[in-house]
Design a protein around this ligand. Structure first.
Ligand code: TXD
Length: 319
């Protein structure tokens, strides 16, 4: 069977890491696209030259034109600009919204059957704009944030309990912002929920609260350390997990920004919720029961996402 074709739109920090991980996992052949000339070509060649040493087979093509993404099975979008000092959230939204319109048009023309994963920030609004601009079915366009936020939560918990990260599960729902919703009741170690672990004396409620807060600010923590950019290894790894579930029809249940049509009492927006990803794209949106406190946190997160979408509609009324 022919190898899958994976197009990566944006060859920056995350795009380059995605290109390497795609090869290492042998998910398929890679087309790396960027508007900057030379960068996708250079990164592609560099990674291809690492493949004999690392021992994987994948073809790499670096490009500056959309024709090359024709027929892609999976497209992962990181194109855009990161927030720089002095730039407001609206400035970022304005620029990246235009980028999503360009990328969406490219996907519409050359790869309308692809499964598309958006990573560009502000995530919940950009994935919404990308779906509109591409015209692809909503079950084929998702946003990556929840897998990353949950991975951060899992890592912090594993570190606190001194247990393997493999045995820690965690769920973060809602928008990808400071008001995301880490679900303590649905997180734990080897099936033991966090509230029980507190009762068992493994940790204290105060420590759990601090970990929840650290998870919410996880992106900012990395930005403050790096100073010149934002996280890229963990975001790339998270998107690859989603792509692999689609390509291999694994039916993973992952927290992703998915288009809601009535689920959770919401309609017409993207929000981080548990999603089953298989060969059909988003095959199911799982509605879990929330208590009053969790629902209140989710409502707050939804309000932020709606504000971002309203801003997009003001800038681009056609969307
Ligand atoms: O959880 C999440 N969703 C995120 C999101 C976690 C971390 C970072 N997140 C966001 O991902 C971040 O705020 C950015 O919006 C994206 C990409 O992050 P990255 O660190 O890869 O940014 P870079 O290194 O600046 O790369 C962006 C590339 C760069 O090479 C530009 O030349 C290119 O995008 N770019 C474009 N490509 C195609 N088309 C257009 N129009 C374009 N404009 C810029």
């Amino acid at each position: 069977m022919a190898r899958a074709k994976i197009a990566l739109i944006g060859a920056g920090q995350i795009g380059g890491t995605l290109a390497l991980l795609t090869g290492l996992k042998e998910l398929g052949d890679i087309v790396l696209f960027d508007v900057v000339e030379g960068v996708p070509q250079g990164k592609s060649l560099d990674i291809a030259e690492a493949s004999p040493v690392l021992g994987f087979d994948a073809a790499y093509t670096g490009v500056n034109s959309y024709e090359a993404i024709a027929g892609a099975d999976v497209i992962i979008v990181t194109a855009g600009v990161p927030r720089k000092p002095g730039m407001s959230r609206s400035d970022l939204l304005d620029i990246n919204l235009k980028v999503m319109q360009q990328v969406g048009a490219g996907i519409k023309e050359y790869a309308p059957d692809a499964f598309v994963i958006c990573i560009t920030n502000p995530l919940d609004a950009m994935v919404w704009a990308l779906q509109k601009a591409s015209g692809l079915p909503t079950n084929k366009v998702v946003g990556m944030a929840g897998v990353l936020d949950s991975a951060r939560f899992r890592y912090f918990l594993a570190d606190e309990f001194k247990v393997s990260v493999e045995d820690v599960t965690a769920f973060v729902l809602g928008g990808h912002g400071d008001d995301m919703v880490p679900l303590v009741r649905y997180s734990g170690v080897a099936g033991i929920p966090l509230p029980d672990l507190v009762k068992m004396g493994w940790t204290t409620q105060e420590k759990v609260d601090a970990i929840v807060e650290r998870t919410r600010k996880g992106g900012g923590e990395i930005v403050n350390l790096l100073k010149t950019g934002s996280a890229f290894y963990a975001p790339a790894a998270s998107a690859i997990e989603m792509a692999a579930s689609y390509l291999r029809d694994k039916k993973r249940l992952l927290p992703c920004a998915a288009y809601l049509s009535g689920e959770y009492g919401l309609d017409g927006l993207y929000l981080g919720v548990p999603v089953l990803i298989g060969a059909g794209g988003v095959e199911k949106i799982v509605e879990i029961a929330l208590d009053a406190n969790e629902q209140a946190m989710l409502d707050k997160s939804v309000a932020s996402v709606k504000e971002l979408i309203a801003e997009c509609q003001k800038i681009a009324p056609g969307l």
